[in-house]
Design a protein around this ligand. Structure first.
Ligand SMILES: Nc1ncnc2c1ncn2[C@@H]1O[C@H](COP(=O)(O)OP(=O)(O)O)[C@@H](O)[C@H]1O
Ligand SMILES: Cc1ncsc1CCOP(=O)(O)O
Ligand SMILES: [Mg+2]
Length: 246
């Protein structure tokens, strides 16, 4: 039976985020780079996005977590990935994979398979992407599966969570799934249990989506209001949206 987090657990992760300000090194797609960087900053983390094979290892070794997003994977990006995997392995960095459109691309499936040779990877995707990777995920060691949608489902070594926060407008702005993967990575930098880290990230992001939607006329204003809402989160707001007494 999947559980959910309480406001104090989410607030504790956000407090560590504010205190630590982890840098998330993102090898991510050109569509979502800007929204990803802005959401990480609003969340209290620091984004970096270098890709060149001769410098990416240094960026990754000094980061709190690593994100690999396959959305616009290039030959240059593909060269950098082994360096990121080495950094994650040798320097014990949390690593999140976002297998964008893996269902459409044998190349992306191949790269996802290579990434999943590493143990303890956190994979965040939508239901189509996670279903397309089912056999690779089944074969991966100590993988944490994060499947987003109307309800986000998180399954890992230490349990399962279902997160029923968010708003349909979050599907109308490009890059918000990619951004959610980056927020999961940021939480993995300050919370050692990836199930709790992903639960905190998606609870916070979903509540920010609810707050932003209430004051938006459409997807354009929603995109801007979402950054403000994410930056405004505190325990009182979390409690209000999680139905807990202030
Ligand atoms: N129908 C929905 N209602 C509320 N929130 C949603 C809905 N669909 C997706 N979300 C939220 O939107 C964000 C992006 O999820 P999703 O659309 O599944 O990713 P992707 O953009 O990679 O396909 C997640 O935070 C998720 O919780
Ligand atoms: C449209 C598109 N094409 C390649 S990456 C990308 C952005 C996908 O963003 P998200 O998965 O967050 O909707
Ligand atoms: Mg996506």
């Amino acid at each position: 039976m999947a559980g959910c987090l309480d406001a104090s657990s989410v607030a504790a992760v956000l407090a560590r985020m504010a205190e630590t300000r982890p840098r998330v090194h993102c090898l991510t797609n050109t569509v979502a780079q800007n929204v990803t960087a802005n959401m990480l900053l609003a969340f209290g983390a620091i984004p970096s996005m270098a890709v060149h094979v001769d410098e990416v290892a240094g960026f990754a070794q000094g980061a709190g977590a690593i994100l690999i997003n396959l959305g616009t994977i290039s030959a240059e990006g593909e060269l950098a990935i082994p360096k990121l995997l080495e950094a994650a392995r040798d320097h014990h960095k949390p690593l999140v994979l976002d297998p964008v459109f893996v269902e459409l691309s044998p190349l992306r499936r191949h790269i996802a398979r290579e990434v999943l040779r590493l143990p303890d990877v956190v994979v965040r995707g939508n239901a189509t992407e996670m279903a397309a990777l089912a056999s690779e995920l089944d074969a991966a060691e100590r993988v944490t599966r994060v499947t987003t949608g109307k309800v986000d489902h998180i399954e890992g070594k230490r349990g399962a969570l279902a997160i029923a926060h968010g708003h349909p407008l979050m599907t109308k702005v490009t890059g918000l799934g990619c951004a959610s993967s980056a927020l999961v990575a940021a939480c993995c930098a300050v919370e050692t249990d990836p199930v709790i880290a992903a639960g905190a990230a998606l609870t916070a992001f979903g509540i920010a989506g609810e707050i932003a939607a209430a004051k938006s006329a459409g997807p354009g204003s929603f995109a801007v209001n979402l950054i403000d809402a994410l930056a405004s989160l505190d325990e009182a707001l979390l409690r209000r949206h999680m139905g807990e007494r202030a």
